[in-house]
Ligand binder design. Structure first.
Ligand SMILES: *Cc1c(COP(=O)(O)O)cnc(C)c1O
Length: 407
């Protein structure tokens, strides 16, 4: 496991097992038609992920095209206001504006090693679509992005960005016409030509080996943050916070800290309007075990096992499942999970924008809301927040909510 620094090597070695199990969670619950494609991907991951040439090329792209390492910023005004010591890991400064690019570049490099002739991806809010389109353009592969027709409408600026970057955007009109059916459609495309096509998934979700692969590609966030905290403060943080949609930025930040027992790790989900089924997207807080898109994990379903639609002000967190490793870390107790409501997230977003000069994504603002709550009961704590992305993409919704409220 090349991404494991000495400290997290032991914890990292434990999961997933060969079958992609994180304790009882994860695995591969897929139709027969997908097995050969996943076996091929697994062989590619085994062969290339730890390979020195692959790692050198990946690190090179991260350093010279993505802009890594991203900064660690001391949030001096938030620190004073909250009575804590607050540090921000600035994934919003990464190319295309969020952590998603780390994964998109890594998977596109892997696709080339595997001889794929095209990249396909799914996207909800459009951030993974933009990152995939950019990575494919950079590395010279055509890219097709599946996107629910409802999201195509809601996220028009990102659709335009993808097209400018040369991608083909395919609106999916089946089901509720959002992220879940976009993933189904991408899987269908992949099955039709698993050798010529590479499916680049956008979060630490789906059947094995995706949750493992995405974690390994995103762990650069936590490795950098851990080293930067030690360099800047001489110590590890007391607590680290990240927002959780599918869970990729959170597992990327947390993974290198798992073996540091003194570091309290907290994932913050979308609490939406409240606790009722359909009112939030907090699968770890309110969900129950079940299978969704190839993985056994915690999902928001009714008593008949019907997956329920979700609600969040943040499109990027609006998903009824979560990566299986988070279900496992909740079960073992190593990571705590909680929810922040739409209102709490928007409030934290405004505070960060006004006092630190940083407009975070609405997804990211959920992590700020969780950290602020923690600071209130832990005066003086040294707190690290994963600043997963920038909020420019959220202007239409911020216009309708925050700005009209302020007027
Ligand atoms: C997509 C996105 C998320 C949620 O995805 P995870 O896989 O849970 O990280 C969070 N923040 C930003 C800025 C995003 O674009």
């Amino acid at each position: 496991m090349t991404s494991a620094s000495g400290a997290d090597a032991t914890a990292a070695a434990a999961v997933p097992d060969r079958r992609g199990r994180f304790g009882p969670f994860g695995g591969r619950y897929v139709p027969e038609t997908l097995v050969a494609a996943l076996d091929r991907l697994q062989a590619g991951v085994d062969r290339y992920l730890s390979n020195a040439d692959f790692q050198a090329e990946f690190r090179g792209e991260l350093a010279t095209w993505v802009g890594r390492p991203t900064a660690l910023t001391h949030a001096s005004t938030l620190s004073r206001r909250w009575g804590a010591e607050v540090w921000l890991k600035r994934e919003d400064l990464a190319h295309t504006g969020a952590h998603k690019i780390n994964n998109a570049v890594g998977q596109t490099l892997l696709a080339k090693r595997l001889g794929a002739k095209r990249i396909i991806a799914e996207t909800g809010a459009g951030q993974h679509g933009v990152a995939s389109a950019a990575a494919a353009a950079r590395l010279g592969l055509p890219c097709t992005v599946y996107m629910g027709a409802v999201d195509v409408e809601r996220q028009a600026p990102n659709v335009g960005r993808m097209k400018l970057l040369g991608a083909t955007v395919v609106p999916v009109t089946s089901g509720d016409a959002t992220l879940r059916v976009a993933i189904d459609e991408a899987l269908r495309d992949w099955v039709a030509d698993p050798e010529g096509t590479y499916y680049s998934i956008g979060s630490a979700v789906g059947p094995h080996p995706y949750p493992y692969l995405v974690r390994e590609l995103q762990a650069v966030i936590g490795r950098e943050a851990r080293a930067q905290m030690i360099e800047r403060t001489g110590a590890l943080p007391d607590a680290a916070f990240a927002c959780v949609g599918g869970g990729s930025n959170a597992i990327g930040l947390f993974h290198p800290f798992l073996a540091d027992a003194s570091v309290h790790l907290v994932g913050v989900e979308a609490g939406g309007r409240g606790a009722g089924l359909g009112d939030n997207a907090a699968s770890l807080t309110y969900g129950t075990p079940g299978v969704l898109q190839g993985s056994y994990t915690l999902i928001l379903q009714d008593e008949h096992g019907q997956v329920r639609e979700t609600h969040s002000v943040s499109a990027g967190l609006d998903y009824s499942g979560v990566g299986p490793e988070h279900a496992y870390l909740l079960r073992t107790g190593r990571v705590a999970y909680e929810a922040a409501t739409d209102a709490e997230a928007l409030d934290a977003l405004v505070e960060c924008a006004r006092h630190e000069g940083i407009l975070p994504a609405i997804e990211t603002a959920h992590a700020f809301a969780g950290a602020r709550r923690y600071a209130a009961t832990h005066p003086g704590a040294r707190i690290l927040i994963g600043c997963s992305g920038r909020g420019d993409k959220d202007m239409p919704i911020l216009q309708r909510t925050v700005l009209e409220g302020l007027a």
